[in-house]
Design a protein around this ligand. Structure first.
Ligand code: ZN
Length: 118
């Protein structure tokens, strides 16, 4: 693994903007969930194509996923402020920029994420 490329300010502000808009979408999604479940389901598909279907599809499961994601976004913003955003929380390796492009609130590198899912 090569050394971690530190975040340049422009990059960091782009991440911040991305996380903020994702956060806004999730909050909107959470708000809609109280009204129409169908609308929220479509938004989940738009936000997380790799996990189109929530675990059991119930509004409760959907709401739990949204809350979980909001917490992860808040944590990512905190790591961004602390300068540890691109460090894997498990092994300390730099997190691949491609992984962050797909999951902007990822806190582990791809390898550790795969280990955790097994
Ligand atoms: Zn790792």
């Amino acid at each position: 693994m090569n050394t971690a490329a530190r975040l340049v300010p422009t990059h960091e502000s782009q991440i911040r903007t991305r996380l903020a808009s994702l956060r806004a979408e999730l909050l909107e999604q959470e708000r809609r969930l109280c009204g129409t479940v169908a609308g929220a389901g479509r938004l989940v598909v738009a936000l997380r194509p790799e996990r189109a279907a929530p675990r059991d599809g119930s509004p409760q499961a959907l709401a739990a996923e949204i809350r979980e994601e909001l917490e992860q976004i808040d944590a990512a913003l905190a790591r961004l402020a602390a300068g540890t955003y691109d460090c894997c929380e498990v092994c300390g390796d730099p997190i691949d920029a491609t992984r962050h492009a797909i999951v902007p609130f990822a806190r582990t590198c791809t390898e550790c994420a795969l280990d955790a899912e097994e």
